[in-house]
Design a protein around this ligand. Sequence first.
Ligand code: SF4
Length: 321
Amino acid sequence: MRTFDYVRADSAAAAVAAGAAAGARFIAGGTNLIDLMKLEIEAPATLVDISRLELAGVEDLPDGGLRIGALVPNSDLAAHPAVIARYPVLARALLAGASGQLRNMATVGGNLLQRTRCYYFYDTAAACNKRVPGSGCAAQGGYTRNLAVLGGSAQCFATHPSDMAVALRALDAVVVTDRRQVPLGEFHRRPGETPAVETVLAPGELIVAIELPPPAGDRQVYRKVRDRASYAFALVSVAGVVRMADGRIEHATLAFGGLGTVPWRDPAADAVLVGETPSDALFARAADVLLAEARGAGDNDFKIPLARRVLIASLRELTDG
Ligand code: SF4
């Protein structure tokens, strides 16, 4: 590990000021960043410790929504009564991620910023445009089992690994920073020509909270398929929020993990469902729309039929079969 300076911020303003310096990185739980520093994938000049800031509260909003501080530990959020009662898809997604020990340390803000688990990103002997811009992509023609089938580019097609972010996309979450509000759907960047730039955050911009609108549906599910029962990233996951009225789907929002280069939403797939009577034929049409642009790279081809099956199973559960 390389040497670095360490600064503990005692206010959000001090954190933002210190975080704007060249080579500075915020650290809270450190569950991803420390691993990356040990491997010298990340080599910050300064770590700005934000863990003592007062950003660990959860509070109701006047409109019936919820404001979640950026430093709320993942395990605390999963156990929060308001989340269990009104946003169960979020609780289930959180509990599907990582391990108990990691969830105790990992924060909401850090979870959004965790880096991909592409094998080649962690292999410093391999070419990787995300780790070293312009160096190439060893995954092209390599082992692609955990890589994306939607949203990739010639530069990179690594998935975003977060379960929590998938549920937050289905819930239309908004990221609140020290200077603005960003809908989560606009927060993560697809790789395009600059895969090393993963979010719209400016240098020194600090996530202070996540805001959720009132839940749009009382039927919520998070279904995750992975290689083993715990402590594994999604091959495919589905977060769904549905509201039914008179036997028809009045509202549907679906989000997906393991498929895309960002936590994935396709409003066109949601639109197929709204106003319709649930049926397997309808669910298959939504899957057709969702996966129309999906492209496998060999080892990850299985994700396309798997996503179809997981989506249909999730919609059956959300609509009572
Ligand atoms: Fe790196 Fe992305 Fe290629 Fe993986 S897919 S090797 S993260 S550039």
